[in-house]
Design a protein around this ligand. Structure first.
Ligand code: HEC
Length: 136
C-alpha cells in the first residue's frame, strides 16, 4: 500500500517535471524565433531611419567635411560610388574606418566616447543610402 502510494507520487513528480521542461523549452523556442528571423532577414531602411542617420551625420560634424557624402578635403575619397562600395563591402569594415579615422590625412577618429555604437550604425545607414541609385 505504502509502496504503491510512493510509486504514484514519483510518477506524478515525473509528469510535473516533464510539464515544466516542456514549458521551459517551449518558451525558449518562442524567444529564439524572432531573433533568428531578424538576423537572417535584413530589412531595407525606411526613409525615417535614413533621415535620422543624416541628422546624426550632421550632429557628429561629418557633414562639415563630407557634405552630401562628398569629401571636401580629399576629393578622391567620397563616401559613395563604386570605389567606396568596393572598399567597404561590410558595414563592420566601414564602422571600423570611421572609428579609426585617418589622422594624418585630416579625418579625426571617432571612438565610442565621441560616437555611440547606436549612432554610428544609424550614420552607416545614411552613408549606405547615398550609394542607392533608387532615391525617393
Ligand atoms: C575634419 C574633417 C572630417 C570630419 C569631421 C570627418 N571626416 Fe571623414 N574623412 C575626412 C578626410 C580628409 C578623409 C580622407 C582621409 C584619407 O585620405 O585617408 C575622410 C575619410 C572618411 C572615410 C573613408 C573614405 C574612404 O574612401 O576610405 C569615411 C567612411 C568617413 N570619412 C566617414 C566620416 C564620418 C561618418 C564622419 C563623422 C562621424 C567623418 N567622416 C568626419 C575628413 C573628415
Amino acid at each position: 500500500m505504502e509502496k504503491r502510494a510512493l510509486g504514484l507520487f514519483s510518477l506524478n513528480g515525473f509528469a510535473f517535471f516533464l510539464a515544466l521542461a516542456t514549458a521551459f523549452f517551449g518558451a525558449e523556442q518562442i524567444q529564439a524565433g524572432p531573433q533568428t528571423t531578424a538576423s537572417k532577414k535584413v530589412a531595407a531602411p525606411t526613409a525615417e531611419e535614413i533621415k535620422a542617420g543624416k541628422m546624426l551625420f550632421v550632429k557628429a560634424t561629418c557633414w562639415g567635411c563630407h557634405p552630401h557624402g562628398e569629401n571636401s578635403m580629399n576629393g578622391d575619397k567620397p563616401l559613395k560610388g563604386p570605389r567606396f562600395a568596393k572598399k567597404y563591402q561590410s558595414d563592420d569594415e566601414l564602422m571600423a574606418a570611421i572609428r579609426r579615422g585617418s589622422v594624418t590625412r585630416g579625418m579625426p577618429p571617432f571612438p565610442v566616447e565621441k560616437l555611440s555604437e547606436q549612432d554610428l550604425r544609424q550614420i552607416v545607414v545614411f552613408i549606405r543610402s547615398l550609394s542607392c541609385s533608387a532615391k525617393p
